[in-house]
Design a protein around this ligand. Sequence first.
Ligand SMILES: Nc1ncnc2c1ncn2[C@@H]1O[C@H](COP(=O)(O)OP(=O)(O)OP(=O)(O)O)[C@@H](O)[C@H]1O
Length: 275
Amino acid sequence: MSAPLFQISDLGLTLPDMSRKPLLGRARRIEILKHVSFDLAQGAITGIVGESGSGKTTLGRVLVRLLTPTSGRVVFKGQDIGRLDEPALKPLRRDLQMIFQDPLSSLNLRHTVGHIVATPLERYGVGNARRRAHEALERVGLPGDFARRYPHELSGGQRQRVGIARAVALEPAFILADEVVSGLDVSSQARVLALLKELAADMNLTIAFISHDLSVIRSLCDAVIVLDRGSIVEAGPCDQVFDSPQSAVTRQLIDAIPLPEVDDSWFDRAAVAPA
Ligand SMILES: Nc1ncnc2c1ncn2[C@@H]1O[C@H](COP(=O)(O)OP(=O)(O)OP(=O)(O)O)[C@@H](O)[C@H]1O
């Protein structure tokens, strides 16, 4: 088995508490992440779940080093990126990509889709940026004339594909996907999830997938981490955690999964169906 892409040990993060008036001019600090330790296996999709405010997004932002940990180690490809300054991080940034929840706010609406996907490639000095952008768009199922369109001319699912194309065009080692299907209808959700699964397998991509929707996590992820108030309460292979949850927090989250909607016609069909 290959070494984990990420090894996180005893990670802690405190931030100034902006919700309260600073005492003597200094904001009180609050502990957002506490003693967080886990590995992310190379090529695996790991779900990060937990109630609102449990620290999912904060943890994700530490993984892509948008936030600097206060304590502990965040070892990525053998280097503790929590300790690196921006110049030292620069060569690693291409490997650490993000896909956002709301593609409309993360895409520059004044530019064509082709330009949006090509821009990071140009910034990293990748040759043939335009051609590679077209290839990335084809890879996510947006061929031909999509490169010439503008984000407002696309559906929500198509816009999310542009965000995915922009990330995968850089051929990163890791993608953080934070609530990326929450804004989509059920069939677009299913198509985007299938695409992520296919890309992870084809490109040996490691993905951390943050979601409040456990049914989505179950259908997509290999492993899952359950957070509660900034700490991990349970982690393991997805089937194991869902089939025999060990923590009360996990059980509550699983119990809260809504049952699929069943209308009257379902009962009619069930009544006439052979046993
Ligand atoms: N910049 C910040 N300054 C102070 N507190 C913060 C900051 N960012 C987040 N927090 C707090 O940290 C905690 C974790 O927030 P985070 O956004 O990571 O949770 P989450 O699990 O992603 O929640 P949600 O599912 O609602 O998005 C929350 O209590 C939040 O209020």
